[in-house]
Design a protein. Structure first.
Length: 345
């Protein structure tokens, strides 16, 4: 029903407007008696055989919602009822910021992809913490943290530490985001020296605060081989708990959408099916060189249960969806959970 009826209706709206309409409808229907239970049962998301434990976290299942969808933690209760085992909120910054000017989110239906240049639009870490204080226990929530646009890179560590302090009591893991292409200069923090400084500062703050949540690094798919090797060395040297692979890409290779349309859209991060193979390659390389202990969350181009299993087989512990969820709807969650149940037999 979603792909044949609801998606064409939602796609009549501009993407950001469609998101607000969709979330409003989801919230409306979830207050109808028994709808939440029926949705959760349909998703298969709370079957005991799906549980997965790693780094001290018990994931109800292995499919999560990537950061960016519920930036401000407004809809995690409703999204939980669709069957997600984890939801990553954010990216959040210390201070509220509006993000980049609209339009800033674009659909590429021929490629089942999106281009976004949202720019970390969010209501700030304090506001997010207040919402998460009322979170359900039966859901894993990750906190994706970043820096404000007007914070210079030499002061970026302070922004990440501020976000960490605000969220340390209300999230199950942290994701350090230095890989969005939509905040000027942010990706420079992926370079070896500034990244080591940032991670060590966050880990030292965690020790000081006696916070034991896993700390993960979210990386771009556009890293060179040398940069990827640097990431692996940094993870090993700093004791980082794992990696989220991958964020959106700035590449535009092999798209079905016309080059004129791509040029008119302009800058931004590309997500969806075109990212699938590169993300899987990065996951496989990370698993090979980081070993079994690291927590690897796989994201990028997951639009089917087979895509999710491809990431798992490459070495991902957990998978995350975003663009695939927009194109495929809640049936994607059920399909992934169903595949995982078959694999567990």
């Amino acid at each position: 029903m979603y792909k044949s009826l609801l998606r064409p209706l939602f796609f009549l709206f501009q993407p950001e407007k469609a998101h607000k309409v969709t979330m409003g409808l989801l919230r409306f229907f979830m207050v109808i008696p028994f709808v939440d239970r029926l949705c959760l049962a349909f998703s298969l998301g709370r079957k005991s055989a799906l549980r997965f434990d790693k780094k001290g976290i018990r994931f109800p299942n292995r499919i999560g919602l990537a950061a960016g969808f519920d930036k401000d933690g407004k809809y995690f209760r409703e999204l939980k009822n669709l069957g997600f085992g984890s939801i990553e909120v954010g990216t959040v910054t210390p201070r509220p910021q509006p993000g980049n000017p609209a339009p800033r989110l674009f659909r590429l239906p021929a490629d089942e992809a999106l281009i976004n240049r949202m720019g970390f639009n969010n209501e700030g870490a304090e506001s997010l913490r207040a919402r998460l204080e009322k979170r359900p226990d039966s859901l894993v929530i990750g906190g994706n943290i970043g820096k404000n646009k007007d914070t210079p890179n030499e002061s970026a560590v302070d922004d990440y530490l501020t976000c960490f302090r605000e969220l340390k009591d209300v999230v199950d893991y942290f994701a350090i985001n230095v890989s969005s292409p939509n905040t000027p200069g942010l990706r420079a923090l992926q370079e070896k020296e500034p990244l080591q400084e940032l991670i060590r500062a966050v880990r030292e703050e965690a020790r000081h605060q006696e916070a034991d949540q896993p700390i993960l690094l979210k990386i771009a798919p556009d890293l060179t081989q040398e940069q990827l090797d640097d990431i692996i060395e940094i993870v090993n040297n700093t004791g980082l708990d794992g990696v989220i692979a991958t964020n959106t890409t700035i590449a535009r290779n092999g798209l079905k959408t016309s080059s004129d349309t791509i040029e008119q859209i302009g800058a931004g991060g590309l997500s969806g099916k075109p990212l699938k193979h590169r993300a899987t390659e990065v996951i496989a390389y990370l698993r090979e060189h980081l070993g079994d202990e690291a927590l690897i969350i796989g994201a990028g181009g997951i639009a089917s249960a087979a895509d999710a299993m491809e990431k798992i087989n490459a070495g991902a512990d957990i998978v995350q969806v975003y663009t695939g969820f927009i194109y495929e709807g809640p049936a994607l969650i059920r399909a992934v959970n169903r595949m995982m149940l078959k694999e567990s037999l």
